[in-house]
Design a protein around this ligand. Structure first.
Ligand SMILES: [Zn+2]
Length: 194
């Protein structure tokens, strides 16, 4: 192969690397395939296609509950859970936090004084980041210290109602609310647990 050709091949190779790394970076923000069914996304659709977006229907709100979830634990929501755990897409935690905040307002719960992180603050896992984003949206601090005069909100990805109720009893707050992206059981079984 002549030197010039080698140069050209090299150049093309570099261009391809550049293009593919650029698209990898863009994929971090805007993947072009639906995260759930992998079909090509329509214009102005991000992360999930039109059909899959139908799974994103908020659970009907109830009165007098202090432990609740945003969505049914199924389909696309399971995919969303997987994505927030891997945190490959940079904005997915923020989007999930926005769903949680919307459901919090729909439930008409009072604004908490603090967001209480359940986990050791040294381990910054996806639930820590999710709590952090909710705390930014609600403009309330994330605090590990318990306080009998304050209302606390705890944020989960998946919520186990029984376990949560046991935890709540031991916490020293005026009132504790807990919200998860979904329950660990299907919503149909929910009444059995209340
Ligand atoms: Zn889809």
């Amino acid at each position: 192969m002549k030197a010039k050709n080698i140069e050209l091949v090299g150049e093309n190779h570099m261009t391809n690397i550049f293009k593919s790394s650029l698209s990898n970076i863009l994929d971090l923000f805007y993947p072009h395939l639906c995260l759930h069914c992998s079909s090509k996304l329509e214009k102005n659709h991000f992360y999930f296609c039109k059909i899959c977006l139908n799974d994103f229907s908020y659970l009907e709100v109830r009165d007098n509950v202090s432990t609740y979830a945003v969505f049914e634990n199924m389909g696309c929501i399971k995919t969303l859970l997987k994505e927030i755990k891997t945190q490959k897409i940079l904005s997915i935690t923020k989007i999930t936090a926005a769903f949680i905040v919307v459901q919090h307002f729909r439930l008409k719960w009072p604004l908490p004084d603090v967001i209480y992180p359940m986990h050791n603050s040294l381990i910054k896992d996806h639930q820590y980041y999710l709590s952090k984003e909710v705390s930014l949206f609600l403009k309330r601090p994330m605090k590990k210290k318990q306080n009998l005069s304050k209302v606390a909100l705890i944020v989960f990805d998946v919520l186990n109602i029984e376990k949560m109720n046991q935890i709540k009893e031991k916490l020293l707050f005026k009132k504790v609310y807990a919200i998860g992206l979904c329950f660990d059981v299907l919503f149909d079984d929910f009444d059995l647990l209340l």
